[in-house]
Unconditional design. Sequence first.
Length: 365
Amino acid sequence: MKFIRYCQMIWSLLRSEDENKPQRRQRGNRRTARQRLVAPDRQKVHKTPDTPKIRAEEKAERLRHNLRLVGLAALAVAMGSVVFLAVRETVFNNPRMSVREIYVTPEDGHEMLTPTQIKEASGLREGENLLVVNLRDVREKLMLLPAISKVSVEHDFAGKITITPTQRRPVAWVKCDHLHWVPMRVGQGLMIDVDGRAIRAETVLPEYEQLPVIDDDTIDQVTPGALIVSPRFVASLDLMKQLVERQKRDGQVLKTIQVKNKFALIATFDNGFKATFSYDNVGPELKRYDQFVAAVRGREPKARAINLAAELNIPVVFEVAQAKEVPPPPSPTRTSISSTKSSSRSASSSSTRPRNSGKTRKTKS
């Protein structure tokens, strides 16, 4: 019997050890290692006595703890408010840290956009705090303008913001009837730079009146600031640049390049001369154009048109020499007839009179 009791006691101890193995600590599990190893058949004894005096002391301690927390929170709020007000008054509301001047660096006086337009597009305002101005955002706003190719924005702590833009230079007007692009009109005109990038005409300067016009109705869509990628328009732009380089040498100024159809480009000059090119073979045709211009320079009659799209038997139209008109002889009038009659009469009377030798005869007394 003693052996059986001893085995039961050992089994109960082993079982209690298995049940009281330390498990993974979970949230809210604050039992100590000693409490986890206590056998489940043993009762827990609260060593802290529960009396009214002890409960009153615990309540007072909790109250003091809460008051300390409230005081610390109020102190933190007060200090935060003081810091916020100090920073706002010394930094954000300080007139020394505000924007006093917005300066746009001019280039040469032939820009498409005026300084006022650039200031409005930048979104900057005088009196704004320098610390809240994001120069990167200002630059991105200005780069959205089609007339600007690059721009730099700088500021100093004296309140001055300097904008240095580099504007595109227009080289030609674009005319397209179905897209309602009309040359020499503010808001309705479209210009292009040397790369073929579309620029809306916000300002029309006097020198823009001398730019050539590319008349192309085959353009599908034009986005200001984007490249025009139509193949015939690209060929027209290439031809225009080549002919503009030859203006001083040839003595004639290019006025328009018209995309007549799917195959021909017609260049018209200020003296009325017209040259027809094919849009897919501009290079060899320009060589024939140079030979022709050199051959007819200073000769009469003057050439009026040439079709360079033909490789053999190139048709040329010359001016028709007009014959000089000979003025008709004047018809005799009545006054002239009377004058001729009077002159004839005077001549006959003078012939019938005796000639006087100039000597006087002496008479006898």
